[in-house]
Design a binder for this molecule. Sequence first.
Ligand code: APR
Ligand code: ZN
Length: 255
Amino acid sequence: RHRPRPSRCWGHCGQALTASPPLPTAGKTPEDVVRRYIQKVKNPPDEDCTICMERLVTSSGYEGVLSHRGIKPELVGKLGKCGHMYHLLCLLAMYNNGNKDGSLQCPTCKAIYGEKTGTQPPGKMEFHLIPHSLPGYTDSKTIRIVYDIPTGIQHPNPGKKFTARGFPRHCYLPDNEKGRKVLKLLIVAWDRRLIFTIGTSNTTGESDTVVWNEIHHKTEFGSNLTGHGYPDPNYLDNVLAELLAQGVSEATLKD
Ligand code: APR
Ligand code: ZN
């Protein structure tokens, strides 16, 4: 097993920007992770568990499917912040089906518990300043981000190859206060492997390929023929909301 060699930003910061695999959740079993974010519910309401579609007052639909150490199929838990309820075993099945990074996301309201990471394959993120203005930001220079991801082998789907089309991909932000904030948050999102994922491209229909995840980028510089260009006065606010939905917020930058 060889790790990708770290690459440094050739913009101003000199930071290492190569994505690395998620940190192992040392000593934490999937059962520990699920238990950390829930409170047990003694008398569940007469509602469905939206993971298995069975009623909460009956056993989890995953009974017998999972080997469950110490989790009884009738146990119900309530997620701490949002309060949505599921069978513990159903949450465990959902967690085990993901990338097991120590975080949980409520399937109903998308509230995040812990630090969400994604499945972006290894690659490079770089950025630099270019001395031109974007339509709509005539007083600012422009930040260009360059993402490069080579073809490789999938980890969650061992041995299966993935393609990577259209790389390096160039993206643009205005070099103003909000644009620089977005850049910082995109770097956090990159480190958490949230910018790209491997899946089926909506544009080309190709499967097992590197595609944008749920954080929009502006890939067109001086025009907006694709809808992924400028001017777009709402873009910075929209992308901040998309970052927040992935658990990447300004609060992250203060830590
Ligand atoms: N630029 C930026 N974002 C795009 C583009 C584009 N040209 N095309 C699609 N998207 C957005 C979509 O709006 C959607 O939200 O990316 C998300 C995933 O769309 P897919 O088509 O599945 O993504 P992907 O195959 O990665 O990208 C399509 O984007 O950067 C270009 O070179 C890339 O031509 C490719 C295109
Ligand atoms: Zn259930």
